[in-house]
Design a protein around this ligand. Structure first.
Ligand code: DGP
Ligand code: NA
Ligand code: NA
Length: 210
């Protein structure tokens, strides 16, 4: 399949966490740091609102459209699928990708609505497997305090609490849990270390897998 053992490739670094967990600014900081080190690196985010599927998702999140829970679930997944080929090309050509949310958001947010977890996972099968998943762990109450939520659909404390529970069910030993309640600098330092380690492991020939 996608085994490119022996070639130097980029690393797929995924950040997950609740809304207002600090992921997005940490992704930006990590991007700047790695670029400063001379690595070929890009920051991506899902949902990617620039595509036509992404625009449907964005309208849904802004409460401008209503969609059935399973329908929006599949659109979020389709939004990752439509970027898969480009993602593979970037990684194979040596570019590291820092990705703000991925399949785990897909599962945690939809499962929090009560959808069956195995059903939620199914459309994610075959997407490229991350080399490292960092969970920025912030209690929902603390995230809610951070300047408050915006107006988007899921930005409500009770719902985020359910999302947190589902994230915790998804966590396994392959995830890196970073305590997002620490200082920004401390979180940043840990992310840099995790990213550097992952990039070097990929450069040494870790295969790309689904
Ligand atoms: P963001 O642009 O990262 O703030 O994400 C927008 C919102 O959508 C946020 O509340 C998280 C949620 N979200 C992200 N990815 C998915 C997904 O795949 N499925 C569902 N149901 N929600 C998602
Ligand atoms: Na958000
Ligand atoms: Na974000």
């Amino acid at each position: 399949d996608n085994d490119i053992r022996g070639c130097s490739r980029g690393s797929l670094i995924v950040l997950e966490g609740l809304d207002r967990s600090g992921k997005t600014s940490q992704c930006g900081n990590l991007l700047a740091y790695l670029q400063g080190k001379g690595f070929s690196v890009e920051a991506w985010q899902f949902p990617d609102r620039s595509t036509s599927v992404g625009k449907m998702i964005s309208a849904y999140l802004a409460n401008e459209s209503q969609l059935d829970d399973r329908t929006i679930h599949l659109l979020f997944s389709a939004n990752r699928w439509e970027k898969r080929a480009l993602m593979e090309n970037k990684l194979k050509s040596g570019t590291t990708l820092i990705v703000d949310r991925y399949s785990y958001s897909g599962v945690a947010f939809s499962a929090a609505k009560g959808l069956n977890i195995e059903w939620c996972k199914a459309p994610e099968v075959g997407l490229i497997a991350p080399d490292v998943v960092v969970y920025l762990d912030v209690p929902p109450e603390k995230a809610a305090e951070r300047g408050g939520y915006g107006l988007e659909k899921y930005e409500q404390l009770d719902f985020q609490g359910k999302v947190a529970e589902h994230y915790h069910n998804l966590l396994d030993s392959s995830w890196e849990i970073v305590d997002g309640s620490q200082s920004i600098e401390s979180v940043e330092r840990q992310l840099k270390d995790l990213a550097m380690h992952s990039i070097l492991t990929c450069q040494r020939g870790k295969p790309l897998t689904n």
